[in-house]
Each structure stands twice: as C-alpha cells, then as structure tokens.
Design a binder for this molecule. Sequence first.
Ligand code: GLC
Ligand code: GLC
Length: 636
Amino acid sequence: MSSPPTPPVDRVRAELRSARRESTPDADWASFEARFDAEFPRLQSLFSSIYGPGSDGELLQVVLDAAASWQDRPADLKAVDASRAMAPEWFSSHRMLGGVCYVDLYAGSLVGLRDRIPYFRDLGLTYLHLMPLFRAPEENSDGGYAVSSYREVDPSLGTMDELADLTRELRESGIALVVDFIFNHTSDEHEWARKARAGDPDYQDFYWIYPDREMPDAYERTVREIFPDDHPGSFVQLDDGRWVWTTFHSFQWDLDYSNPRVFRAMAGEMLYLANQGVDIVRMDAVAFIWKQLGTSCENLPEAHLLLQAFNAVCRLAAPSLLFKSEAIVHPDEVVQYIDRGECQLSYNPLQMALIWNSLATREVSLLAQALERRHDLPEGTAWVNYVRSHDDIGWTFSDEDAAELGIDGFDHRRFLNAFFVDRFPGSFARGVPFQDNPRTGDCRISGTTASLAGLEADDDAGVARILLAHSVILSTGGIPLLYLGDEVGQLNDYSYLADPAKAGDSRWVGRPAYPADAYAHRDDPGTDAGAVFTGLRRLIEVRRQTPEFAGGRLAPFHTHNPHVLGYQRPGRLGDQPDSRASTVVVLANFADTQQDVDAATLSGLPETALDLIGGGRAHLRAGVTIEPHGVRWYRL
Ligand code: GLC
Ligand code: GLC
C-alpha cells in the first residue's frame, strides 16, 4: 500500500478560497494568492522534511491560519508591506541606529515609553528593541523571557492596544519596533504548561516530559548546561515526579517542535504579534529549538528548517516582517542562521566579544582576523553589531582562529574572565561572573559598558574606551545597537542582590533603571555622562553623513601595528547606485599609549584624506600618530 498522495497545491488553494471572507477586497486577496503561489512549494517541502509525509493536514491548517491572519492585518501594515517590498534592504542604510531597553526599567510602562520618543528621535534611533513585555510569572520571569501568554502585555506595562498604538507612533517617527519571539520555551504558568502539568495528553505533547530519569539521563550525556547555577543538566523535576526539559531556568519549559501542532500554535502567536505592528522579531535562543538524542541538541539542521518554515509563513501573512537571530554560539554556527529565507538579521556576538578582548589585551589581531574572514554576509542580510546586550558576554571566538595567532583558547578565556571580573592586577574592568562553572571552567561576564570599560574604577581612559568600542559597531556596517543608558555611561547596578528573584542571576547587574541623573548631565562634557554622550553623538552624526558605511562590505587594512585596528569601507558617496565610488579607511588605537601607523603602511593611500570625525584634511604621507584609544575615519 502506498501512502496517500500529497494534496496538490490546487486543493489547498481551493480550501483557501472557501476561507476568503466577503469583506476582503480583490486586490488584497490577489496579493495573498500571489504570495501563496510563490511560497507554498517551499513551505510544503520544508514541512515534509521536518514532519514527514503524514503532516499535510497540519500544513493545511497553518496555511489557513496564515490566510486568516492576512485578512485580519490592518491596512496601515499592509501599506508597510508594500513599501518595504519596494525597498527590501531598508535596514542596510547607514542611517539605521538601534536602541534596546526594558519598558519597566527605562520608562515604567508603554505609556511612559511614548514620552521617550522625542529623545529617541533626537538620538537618531530608527530601530527600537523592547525587551520582553508579555504576560510572565510575577516573581521569576527571566526578565520576561518566560512567557505566560503571547497575546497579552504584562499588565504592569500596559495593554496590547497600547503596544499597537506605540508601534504606530514609532513608525511616524521613523522607528521600527523589534520585540522578542520567545519560541524555544514558555513559562511554566502558560496555559499549555498548566494543562500539561495537569496531565492533558494533547498539551503534554507540547513539551519534553518524561516519567523518570531514563530519557533525561540519555539526553544529558551530550547536551551542555546553560544555566548551571539554576539547576544542573537540562531537566527539572515536577511535583508529581515527572521530568521536564528546561534548557534555561527551571520555570522555562522547552517546546517540542517535533510535534507539528507546536509549530502551528507558535506560528499563530508570531502572526498575531506581527499584526500588532511589530517590524522585526528577535528569534530567541534559535540554537536550541530542535533536540535529537545523542547530539548536543544545538544548531541541528532541523532548527534551520523550522526557522525557514516560520519565515515562509510570514512571507504569506506578514510579508515585511523580518527575523533577527539570537544565536550566541560558535561563529561557524552563527552564520548558518543568516539568510534571506531564514533570519535576515543576526546579533554579531563575535565582534562584541572581540571588542572587549581588544580592550583588555590592547591588541587587535583577533578582531582584525574576524573582520577579515567572518564579516561578509549574504545579500539581503545584515549584522546587528553591539557592544553589549542585556545578557552576559561569552567568549565565543573559534579556538582554531585563535590558534593561528598563537593564542590558546582555553587559557585566553580564563585570562579574559579574570580580567573582566577584576581578578587580574591592574584591570580597569568591574564585571561580575555569570554561571561560573568550576566543573567545566566555563564562565561569562555581566556588567554595563561603562563599568566594564573603566568608568566605575575611575580609570582615566574609561570614556575613551567606551567611545572606541562604539566606534567599531558604528563603522563596520549593519545595524549598530545601543543598550540605552550606555550612551550616558550608566554604571553597574548592584541592587539586584537584594531581590531574591534576581540575586542568582548576575546579568541583572547590567540592567540598571533609567539613569535619570546621567541623562540630566548629558550635554555637559565636563561630566562622564556628558563626555560619553557628546562623543558618541558626534560619531553617530558623522556616520549618518557617511554613505560608505551603508551595507556590510568591508575590506581589511593592515596597519602593521598590533594595537591599531584597520579596515576599509568601500562604498559610494551618495545613496544612489550611480553615486561616485568612495572608500573610508578606519583606524582605531586600542593601546593606552599613542601609536603610529607609519608612512610605508599608508603609502598606497592618497596624500591627503578627509578626517571625518576631527574635521579638516589629514596628511598621510609621513604616517599618522593616533592618541590613546583614538579613532580615525578617513575618506580617501
Ligand atoms: C535569550 C535571552 C536571555 C534569556 C534566554 C532564555 O538568550 O537573551 O536573556 O535568558 O534567551 O530565554
Ligand atoms: C543566552 C544566554 C547566555 C548563554 C547563551 C547560550 O544568550 O543568555 O547566557 O550563554 O544563551 O547560547
């Protein structure tokens, strides 16, 4: 007996047509069908690779959900879809600038956040990532990363209607909204988890729940511990003795994507979010979404297929929605998620970690190597470059890359951990260890930019280091992302230690409340806050006027000085494809002393160049001298 034939695309189309509402205008429906024709074959083949031939019924439901969601989509968002379709690389502009904050910590509520919009405009933000703002357990919520309902805003922050209003207001100010799609896990208070706990078989199949230790033991032989301070291994025990998979905190239950109903349910939550006006979803913890016995359960091929399938669903129902990948893993794996048909954007954890590495070592070899060989991305995609996030800093460089430079990865990570938690003589950094795991030697670092860069230790070079770090994310291409408050030099906040729900998670040290005092001094360069802010503002301003910084193209520039990072940004002088070609050369001194880039090294460049940051023309014939932590952007 052969299995029944796959329902042909025509049958699905017929089902769709009968689901068309009378109120849907012809043009709207025609555009949906056009996208259906273009995308369905891809979605169908992804679905059958993941779920096998018997999954057509579930696929049909997914497509019907997409059709319903498109018909629900507000007209103003359909207009955004249409205009972004005309300019699909809108996010590659050199005018893009991101900011990230917690709604409660930064502004109290969604309404409070609206009052910050004038500041965001003034700063030049075009992208705002609001940390998770959905209903979550009151006490333990991992900063909102344990979601109890994807369709409700945390009542202490506001309502879904206020979120939708906010997206509109942001859009009018030219700011795209980014929110998390936390799809690897739900909180243990989510309705699905409650039902699973109560023994409802349909919902037990949404999670990885086992009656005893047999399977947990088997899986734990090969998976790494992510939050060992919270619980050993990857499973926690329920009151009734069963075990449930929790990669992160014990109250974050991993969803079981081998069940197609989980895919359908989460695709529905994603489209609901998209219809609130979200422009970009940050795909949380992408590396972990597929599990397979005997593997690390990270970065498996099916994780990519799932993301591509989610992406295909978006193309049907919310075509302008973009995905940003949060894969904080080995650099070889990070890039695997970046593709027009998968995640168009991605955090750049390697660049982030290596900026800190260069600040600590005062040497640039690893960072220069990463820019040379790990920076290029496929067309239609971009990095999100950042100095630090709400999370820890992990040293995710490749040991093989480091070995080529004579650096031993294991020893070097130990050095970096010691340096950044101030266990190294003379360190300027005041970080806090995160998930220090003596068994594996693993450890990561928490802290604000300013505390890690020296401001908390009253190091004279603190301000200059903060500017230097940001100058890299502002000039390497892609979207630079500021952790809001860092632009006024906010310091570590140790008050988390007094809160039992936070004390065990040192990442809270880097998540201070809105630093009102620092903001009040931001225009006074005589203060640290003002020196950081005015310096950063200048860099942002110059970048906005430097079209060469659009896109992601970067070419190496060898400075022949181990302390000075160099690269070139070949581009154009204007926004038009026929604008004149032009190149900016970047030099950045990571040493505490002044450094030369000698005449021979610069001999291939023109005699003079425009000094974009300092103003005026620089003479390059005799070589250049750069002050400690100084940066040059030269237009040739
Ligand atoms: C992501 C978030 C992190 C959270 C984890 C689990 O890595 O950035 O803050 O703890 O996912 O959701
Ligand atoms: C998240 C966590 C971080 C962890 C990483 C693992 O980013 O916040 O602590 O190292 O996931 O991929």
